[in-house]
Structure formats: C-alpha cells, structure tokens
Write a protein that binds this ligand. Structure first.
Ligand code: NAD
Length: 363
C-alpha cells in the first residue's frame, strides 16, 4: 500500500534526525512491501528565510493533503538568532502553533519509558525507579492558556498583562475520550490532572472527565492536583499509566516526565486530530548547540515514525519491528553522546548516521 507522508525537516538538528527516520521508514517499506512517498514541507526558521513566514498557506495545504506528517524540530538559539527579533507571530514557533490549530491537532501523546539499558541516565534513585516506568502523557494541545485572549496595557501608570484560560465541554470531552481510548490499549489506568481547588476551568475538566469515565468501566481513574502530580513523578513514577491533562500543565509535566527517563533524545511524540491524521515529532527541540556536528540522537524521531505507523497507518507489526530494533541497538551497547553512561568503557559511542544504520540493520 502507498502512504503520503509530509516531511518537515525544520531547523538545527531537524534535517539530520529526519534523514535517519526516513532511512528507517524506507527499510520498513522494502521489508513489508509498502510505498512511502514523501512531500517536503517548509516550516520554522528555514521557512522564514525562504518566504518571510514561519508557515505559508501552501505548506498548510501540503500538510493537509498528506496522510501524516513527520517532523524534526524548528527554531534556533532564542538569544542569538535573528528569528527572535521578529514579532511573536512571525517567529519559528508561531508556525508550529499555526499548524496544530489549522489541522485541529488537539491531542498530544508523549510516552515516557525507561529503557533497562539506560537506567543509569535516570536521575532518580534505584529504589524510586523500582521496576521501571512506562507512562503516556495525553496533553490537550489547542485550547487553554496558550490560545486564550491576551493583552498588555497601561493601567494606572504601569503595564498590566493578562492571559485567559478557557475550556469548553466539547474540548474537554474529546481529549478525555482519546485518553481513555489509549488507556484501554495499555494498563487501563487514567490519572486526570487539574487544579480544581482553584480554577473554574479545572472544575469543569473534572466534571466532564467523570462523565467520560462512566463509558469506560474497565478503566480505573483518579484525579490528581497538578502540584501533587509534579511531586509524584519524581517520587513514584511507576504509579502512572496514562496522565490526562490540559495544555499548560501537560507542557510542564511532559518535560518533567521526559527528564526522569534520562534523555530527551529518546522520546517521541504524536499530535492527533479526530481522523487518522497525525503530526509525529521528537519531544526535544532543534538543539542549536549541537546542530551540524553529526552527533544528535535520531532515536526519538525514529520512534516518532514508529508511532506514525501505529496510530495513523495501523501498521502495528512494522511499528513493533522499529521499537524492538531500537531496544536491540541499546542492548548491543551503542550510544549517542546524550545517552553515554558516566563510565563509557562498556559501550560504543556512535554518531547520528551510524545510529540510523545500526537500527536499519536490526529491523
Ligand atoms: P532542546 O531540546 O533543543 O535542547 C535542550 C538540550 O537537549 C540541549 O543541550 C540539546 O543539545 C539536547 N538535545 C535535544 N535533542 C537532542 C538529541 N536529539 N540528541 C542529543 N541531544 C539533544 O531545547 P532548547 O535548547 O530549549 O530549544 C532550542 C530550540 O528548539 C528553541 O528555538 C526552541 O524554541 C526550539 N524547540 C522546538 C520544539 C519543536 O520543534 N517542537 C520543541 C522544543 C523547543
């Protein structure tokens, strides 16, 4: 079967890591008899340089006509890059927000999984790590504080800034359903995270999550306040299966969850709408500090491609093959710089391209 994949290479390490993911997809296509066709799409700093805009209407059209989009990462050094002297709506990140909104990508999935071989990179103590952890953060992505009305005005002789946080029943219900659906395919537990002791939007969140939970009697669910969740993630991460939460809380908690796994270079992500379409990208940024050196870890992008096969194309066996090839490479002792153990004498350090080749060899 043929699949049309939009490819956003982006900025910094983006082009390097996407090249490896495409290499892995091509090897999968050959092995399992699929044809992956790629359409290059400009977004971020490279699009600003070429067109003056972080995302053009043409690029949105190309993304919309793809079956799924695979992305590297966008943006540059926020202190030194000229892109950050532009107005906020012309900067690289504005392209990503626009793409999420245009494609209605309201559900963001970020797995946080501790690989046995990378236990040493986990900053938590052994007794806290226990048997390891495997959680999925399901974050609402197109509502809440990041999309509310905002203003900065002079009032009474000083500047006053306002940001508004709004959620409708519909927005909460559709993400909650996605969260419970994913839990049904996993260990059947949902932790819904809010700040219902303070915020009205959180009290509505809690009410709607309870209504949705009633349709999933097999799923055990609980509510947790966001401040407590931030603590529990470093105290007992093994307790979580699916963490379901709103946009800003999810932004912060998903970074915390990534950190406890030990390396941002290992973590994939998917942003979904209510069709089969998805945008798949690594959780990390464009890492301008290491761009062009051939040392970036391509595994998060390769695992994002595996998520694309699973969630957008229903190619579970192919996704499993990629995930187990990644585990094999780690077991065989190959590491990129970001996941090198403190005592590196027992493993082999490899670069971006070599890591991609090693994964392809093990498919
Ligand atoms: P970052 O994730 O790019 O980098 C943080 C640290 O992690 C750096 O030391 C970097 O070298 C390292 N790192 C990240 N990915 C790695 C990989 N694959 N292999 C090895 N090391 C890796 O975060 P930042 O420095 O805060 O942001 C840099 C730029 O990325 C900014 O312009 C930011 O806006 C952008 N950004 C983009 C996205 C996205 O495209 N979705 C997400 C986050 C940040």
């Amino acid at each position: 079967m043929a699949y049309n994949i939009g490819v956003i290479r982006g900025d910094g390490i983006g082009p390097e890591i996407v090249t490896e993911a495409v290499k892995v997809l091509d090897a999968i296509g050959e092995k399992y008899g699929h044809e992956f066709k790629y359409t290059e799409i400009l977004m971020g700093g490279c699009s600003i340089d070429a067109t003056g805009e972080p995302l053009t209407d043409e690029a949105i059209g190309a993304a919309k006509s793809s079956d799924a989009v695979l992305m590297g990462s966008i943006g540059g050094n926020t202190s030194t890059s000229p892109w950050y002297k532009l107005p906020a709506d012309k900067r690289p990140e504005a392209g990503l927000l626009k793409l999420r909104k245009s494609l209605n990508l309201f559900a963001n999935l970020r797995p946080a999984y501790l690989y046995e071989e990378l236990k040493e990179a986990c900053p938590l103590r052994d007794d806290i790590i226990g048997e390891g952890f495997d959680m999925m953060i399901m974050r609402e992505l197109t509502g809440g504080l990041y999309f509310g009305e905002r203003s900065t005005k002079e009032e009474g002789g000083q500047l006053v800034a306002r940001d508004s946080l709004t959620y409708s029943e519909t927005e909460i219900r559709r993400i909650a359903k996605r969260g419970f659906d994913i839990a049904m395919k996993r260990r059947k537990k949902v932790t819904s995270v809010d700040k219902a002791n303070v915020l009205d939007s959180s009290r509505l969140w809690r009410k709607i999550v309870e209504e949705v939970a009633a349709d999933y009697p097999e799923v055990k669910y609980e509510h947790m306040l966001v401040d407590n969740c931030a603590m529990q993630l470093v105290k007992d991460p093994g307790q979580f299966d699916v963490i379901l939460t709103e946009n800003m809380f999810g932004d912060i908690l998903s970074d915390e969850a990534s950190m406890v796994t030990g390396s941002i270079g290992m973590l994939s992500s998917a942003s979904l709408n209510d069709t089969k379409f998805g945008l798949y990208e690594p959780s990390g940024g464009s890492a301008p500090d290491i761009a062009g050196q051939g040392i970036a870890n391509p595994i998060a992008t390769i695992l994002s491609a595996a998520m694309m096969l699973r969630y957008s194309f229903d190619l579970d066996a192919e996704a499993d093959a990629i995930e187990s090839a990644v585990k094999k490479v780690l077991k065989d002792g190959y590491r990129t710089v970001d996941i090198m153990p403190r005592d590196g004498s027992t493993v082999t350090r490899v670069g971006t391209v070599e890591m991609g080749d090693l994964i392809v060899e093990r498919l």
